[in-house]
Design a protein around this ligand. Structure first.
Ligand SMILES: [Ca+2]
Length: 114
């Protein structure tokens, strides 16, 4: 995708089934901060992250609303993942925007991605 000088990065609205758009990188693979104003014309690549399967009872290959409920429960410190560390949740793939935190933003991205 080409982005013109003086504009902001596109919002994270793109959609790919089973994946969340977690951000953008430049051609060298370096992550571009979301609030970065582009200073020169730039080619950016989307970073897609596979949606995690958090529902242990699910047999489906693709993530669904039940996985989001488990993530939402984690952010409220309840449910089967409540005792998991942030690092464990990141390992499960729950940090959908790659900011090192598991919170409501990840839940929203998840909701927008299924
Ligand atoms: Ca996050």
């Amino acid at each position: 995708m080409e982005v013109s000088s003086g504009t902001e990065l596109p919002e994270l609205y793109a959609w790919k089934k089973g994946y969340a758009l977690s951000g953008w990188t430049d051609l060298n693979g370096k992550k571009i901060e979301y609030d970065h104003i582009v200073e020169e014309d730039l080619h950016i690549n989307a970073v897609w992250k596979k949606l995690p399967r958090l529902n242990p009872d699910s047999t489906s290959e693709n993530a669904d609303i039940t996985d989001i409920i488990y993530l939402l429960q984690y952010t409220a410190n309840i449910g089967i993942y409540a005792s998991k560390t942030k690092e464990e949740m990141i390992e499960y793939g729950a940090d959908l925007n790659d900011d090192g935190s598991i919170n409501i933003v990840d839940v929203i991205i998840f909701l927008k991605s299924i």
